[in-house]
Design a protein around this ligand. Structure first.
Ligand SMILES: NC(=O)c1ccc[n+]([C@@H]2O[C@H](COP(=O)([O-])OP(=O)(O)OC[C@H]3O[C@@H](n4cnc5c(N)ncnc54)[C@H](O)[C@@H]3O)[C@@H](O)[C@H]2O)c1
Ligand SMILES: O=P(O)(O)OC[C@H](O)CO
Length: 362
């Protein structure tokens, strides 16, 4: 008998990650795999195992109740979701790999998976972050491709996970390089009547939008904590958006202006600056006058969920210094120095007037 893949048949999907967005992404995917014959019904989801206060293992409760009671309580994931604490077993035989972990863990995960996945498998990254190496910065999709030797698209957008879990209308953007057929298959896996997706051939642009908006969201949260009001917040968002675009285009001249007007760009910036976790923790940081560290606040405010913006701000700082670009990005530099407590939260207001006076155009 011919293998299933050759008769146009069944793509097996694995999700690597089971946090807040990881669980929602799995719920969406599981609702689609069961409806579409090109996908294998079951979706295997890797769980970074932990023991709950009840003494039960998280993966066991997910499989028993079809709900992630720690990272997405109260939401039915689907009976075809199989939680698996064994990373290698999760990806065994999978044709489509969805990566959705905090960005700090992805390199270690990929190294563990090297040589253990199907060579013809395809990947997509939902991870908003980047990696900084001695040789320069590296997007997560590139890291996945380099370590695993497979094609990797990205999916980013104005996607506050808890709202999509309740099936409230949202949009997202898939970024791809060259192979549109693969991007279309990802669209088929993710699109639902409440999750509308567009596809753009600008992987770096899409991924940098998703990554850099977390730094702007920290600034928006600082402004909220300082009780500066809507006009100041809008000014901060505008300046941050400008630096997002300038940085992206300096790093990758191929990045398209139009990408910034997709869901991954301006829409995600707005959603995150009003409803995201980076904003929330930065607000708490400013209210504490910068006396409690982000690490300390993250634990208390997010209870196991992870901030991406603080690490990204530090990574961005390293890139800017390394390339000698610091004078062109006073906003990013200031946010990173506030995060490391070298500057007080109020400095965010001074850096915006500096930037306005420089009138840099990109
Ligand atoms: N939550 C959202 O609304 C949202 C929306 C869009 C994109 N994202 C992005 O998705 C990615 C994943 O975020 P999330 O919200 O799913 O996660 P999360 O922040 O809710 O949860 C953290 C996850 O990290 C896991 N973890 C903890 N220690 C670990 C370790 N040592 N190794 C591996 N995993 C470990 C935890 O088990 C948990 O699954 C991030 O890049 C985030 O920016 C999140
Ligand atoms: O909660 P945040 O700040 O990690 O942002 C969540 C998503 O990225 C919004 O699209």
């Amino acid at each position: 008998m011919a293998p299933l893949m050759e008769k146009g048949g069944v793509y097996k999907v694995a999700v690597i990650g089971s946090g807040n967005w990881g669980s929602v992404a799995t719920k969406i995917i599981a609702s689609n795999t069961i409806k579409q014959s090109i996908f294998h019904d079951d979706v295997r989801m890797w769980v970074f195992e932990e023991t709950l206060p009840t003494g039960e293992k998280l993966s066991e409760t997910i499989n028993k109740n079809h709900e992630n009671c720690k990272y997405l309580p109260g939401i039915y994931l689907g009976s075809n979701v199989v939680a698996d604490p064994d990373l290698e077993n999760t990806v065994k035989g999978a044709d489509m790999l969805v990566f959705v972990t905090p960005h700090s863990y992805i390199k270690g995960i990929c190294k563990r998976l090297a040589g253990k996945i199907k060579p013809e498998a395809k990947a997509i990254s939902l991870i908003k972050g980047m990696e900084v190496k001695k040789e320069g910065s590296c997007m997560i999709s590139k890291l996945i491709t380099e370590v695993l030797g497979i094609n990797c698209c990205v999916l980013m957008g104005a996607n506050i996970a808890n709202e999509i879990a309740e099936e409230k209308l949202s949009e997202a953007t898939i970024g791809y390089r060259e192979d549109q057929e693969v991007a279309n298959r990802w669209l088929q896996l993710f699109a639902t009547p409440y999750f509308l997706i567009s596809i753009v051939e600008d992987i770096e642009g899409v991924e940098l939008c998703g990554t850099l908006k977390n730094v702007v969201a920290l600034a928006a949260g600082l402004v909220d904590g300082l009780e500066m009001g809507h006009n100041t917040k809008a000014a901060i968002m505008r300046i941050g958006f400008k630096e997002m675009r300038a940085f992206s285009k300096l790093l990758f001249p191929s990045v398209k202006n139009s990408t910034f007007f997709e869901s991954c760009g301006v829409a995600d910036l707005i959603a995150t600056c009003f409803g995201g976790r980076n904003r929330k923790v930065a607000e708490a940081f400013a209210r504490n006058r910068g006396k409690r560290s982000f690490n300390d606040l993250e634990e208390g405010v997010l209870q196991g969920q992870k901030l991406q913006g603080v690490l990204t701000a530090q990574e961005l700082f390293e890139v800017l210094i390394d390339r000698g670009w610091e004078d062109q990005f006073p906003f990013f530099i200031t946010v990173s120095k506030i995060c490391t407590m070298q500057l007080p939260p109020r400095s965010i207001l001074q850096c915006s007037s500096v930037l306005n006076s420089t009138q840099l155009e990109f």
